[in-house]
Design a protein around this ligand. Structure first.
Ligand code: PGA
Ligand code: ZN
Length: 433
C-alpha cells in the first residue's frame, strides 16, 4: 500500500526561543514524506500532555534527547508497516505504548511531532494540501484570526499580568482584509510606544513588550492604538484578552496581579475582568481564572458569556472530557485547541468535535515556542474550526502561519469563505449581527 509507513525519523531542531525541540519525518512506501515540529508552551496547564525534557545542565535542561530517541527507537518500530491514513490507529498505538495518561514516558513532544508528520505524509500521498486532505471535499471556512499586539505575562518577564492583548476583526470580508487592518493597529501601537518612550522590544510571540503602569493602562493603550490606526474600535476591531490566570494563582486559589498590586479571590477576579468587559470593546476572554477554578469560569460565563467569547485553555487543555465537564458546569463557550496539549492529532480533534457538539466555538492555537511549521494553518482551515490564534503580527515563526493562510485562501479561489461572526458561539455571533 502506498500509505504504509516505511520509516519514522526524529531529530532535534530549534524553536523561536532558541530551545531544542523535536522534528519528526514520516516516509511512506509510495514515497510520500511528511514532516512536523513540536511547539512548546511557557504558560502550561498542569493537565497537558508532558513536554519531555532531558533536564541536567545541557541547554538549561531543555534538551529533547530522550524524546528524539523515543521517535527513532520505540515509536519508529511501533509504527513501521502501519497505514498512515489510519490516524486514529497510529495515535492510539502510541498512547497505548506510552502507557501513561499524559504521554509522560515517550513525551507528548515526541508523539505530537510524529502524529502530525504522519498526517502530512497521508496528505502528500493523497496529492492534496493538508487543509484539503482534512476537508475531504466539504466546504470549510478560512478561520478568523486573533492577533496579539502586546505580549505580557510569562512571555514578557511578567511585565503585565494579562498575557495577551489581542485584536479581532470579525467584520472583515476576508482574512486578507483582517491582516491589513491588524497590520495598521500593530504599527500604530509601535508608534504609540515610541512616542510615549515605552518602546522596549518584542515579547515571545512577537507583540510589543508591554511597558505599562497597570493592566488597564495596556488596555487603554490598545484602544488608543486602534483609534490611531484609523479603524473603529467596537466596529471593525475588537479586543481579545488571554488573562492566562493560571500564572496568577499561586496554587492557593488567590490571584495576584503584581503590576496592579492587587490580590483577589475567585469572585473578585471574575469581577475585575467584568469591569474591563464593561469599559472596553472586548469580544473574547481566555482563561479569566485558573486551571481548576471551574466555579469561577462558570461565574464568568454567567456574567458575560452571552456577549463575550469565553475560551478555556489551561482549564480545558484540549481534552474532550474536560470540555464536556466544563459545559455541564455552564463554564465557557469556546475551547482553545493546541495539538501538543493533547499530544496527538486524534485527541485534539476529539476536543474540537466535543466543542462542536456543544455549540461552542473553537480556536486552533500555536504555542509561545514555535517554528516554521505551519500545520495549524491547515488544521484550523481543514477542520473548519472557525478561529485561529498564532501570536503577533511580526517574527517569521508567526508570519509563516498567517502567510500560509493567504496561500490557502488563494487556492480556494471563489470558494474561500471567511468565518467572520459565524466563528463564535450563537449568542456571541448574534451580538455581532
Ligand atoms: P503558551 O501560551 O504557549 O506559552 O502556553 C499560549 C497561551 O496561553 O495561549
Ligand atoms: Zn492561553
Amino acid at each position: 500500500m502506498k500509505t504504509t509507513i516505511a520509516a519514522v525519523r526524529g531529530r532535534q531542531v530549534w524553536d523561536s526561543r532558541g530551545r531544542p525541540t523535536v522534528e519528526a519525518e514520516v516516509t511512506l512506501a509510495g514515497g510520500a514524506v511528511g514532516r512536523a515540529i513540536a511547539p512548546a508552551g511557557a504558560s502550561r496547564g498542569a493537565h497537558e500532555a508532558i513536554d519531555l525534557r532531558d533536564g541536567g545542565e545541557r541547554f538549561g535542561g531543555m534538551g529533547v534527547g530522550r524524546a528524539t530517541a523515543a521517535v527513532n527507537g520505540e515509536i519508529a518500530r511501533l509504527l513501521a508497516g502501519r497505514d498512515a491514513a489510519d490516524q486514529a490507529g497510529l495515535d492510539a498505538a502510541m498512547a497505548e505504548a506510552d502507557g501513561t495518561p499524559n504521554l509522560a514516558r515517550l513525551g507528548g513532544n515526541a508523539t505530537v511531532a510524529v502524529s502530525l508528520a504522519a498526517l502530512h505524509a497521508a496528505a502528500a500521498a493523497d496529492g492534496l494540501p493538508l487543509w484539503a486532505h482534512l476537508a475531504q471535499g466539504r466546504k470549510v471556512r478560512i478561520p478568523l484570526p486573533e492577533i496579539q499586539i502586546f505580549g505580557g505575562g510569562a512571555h514578557a518577564g511578567r511585565r503585565t499580568d494579562v498575557q495577551d492583548f489581542m485584536v479581532m476583526c470579525p467584520r472583515a470580508a476576508t482574512i486578507r482584509e483582517a491582516f491589513e487592518v491588524t497590520a495598521d493597529v500593530f504599527r500604530a501601537a509601535g508608534r504609540l510606544m515610541e512616542e510615549t518612550g515605552r518602546l522596549a522590544g518584542a515579547a515571545d510571540e512577537g507583540g510589543w513588550w508591554p511597558v505599562f503602569d497597570s493592566n488597564e493602562d495596556a488596555l487603554a493603550a490598545l484602544l488608543r492604538s486602534i483609534e490611531m490606526s484609523g479603524h473603529r474600535p467596537g466596529e471593525d476591531v475588537f479586543i481579545s484578552l488571554d488573562v492566562a490566570a493560571n500564572e496568577l494563582d499561586g496554587g492557593d486559589g488567590r490571584y495576584r496581579l503584581g503590576l496592579d498590586g492587587a490580590e483577589y479571590g475567585s469572585e473578585a477576579m471574575v469581577e475585575r475582568v467584568a469591569g474591563w468587559v464593561r469599559r472596553y470593546p472586548i469580544l473574547s476572554i481566555e482563561d479569566p481564572v485558573s486551571q481548576d477554578d471551574l466555579a469561577g469560569f462558570a461565574a464568568a460565563t454567567r456574567q458575560y458569556g452571552e456577549r463575550v467569547q469565553l475560551i478555556g485553555d489551561d482549564i480545558l487543555v484540549t481534552n474532550a472530557e474536560r470540555v464536556r465537564r466544563a459545559a455541564d458546569a455552564g463554564a465557557g463557550n469556546a475551547v482553545l485547541v493546541k495539538v501538543n496539549q493533547a499530544g496527538t492529532v486524534s485527541r485534539a480533534k476529539a476536543a474540537l468535535d466535543a466543542s462542536r457538539e456543544l455549540g461552542w466555538a473553537a480556536i486552533v492555537s500555536a504555542r509561545s515556542g514555535e517554528t516554521e511549521d505551519v500545520s495549524i494553518a491547515h488544521l484550523a482551515t481543514g477542520w473548519d474550526a472557525g478561529q485561529i490564534k498564532v501570536g503577533s503580527f511580526s517574527r517569521s515563526e508567526r508570519m509563516a502561519k498567517w502567510n500560509e493562510l493567504l496561500r490557502i485562501e488563494e487556492a480556494m479561489g471563489a470558494d474561500a469563505a471567511f468565518a467572520g461572526p459565524s466563528a463564535f458561539a450563537a449568542s456571541v455571533a448574534a451580538g455581532l449581527a
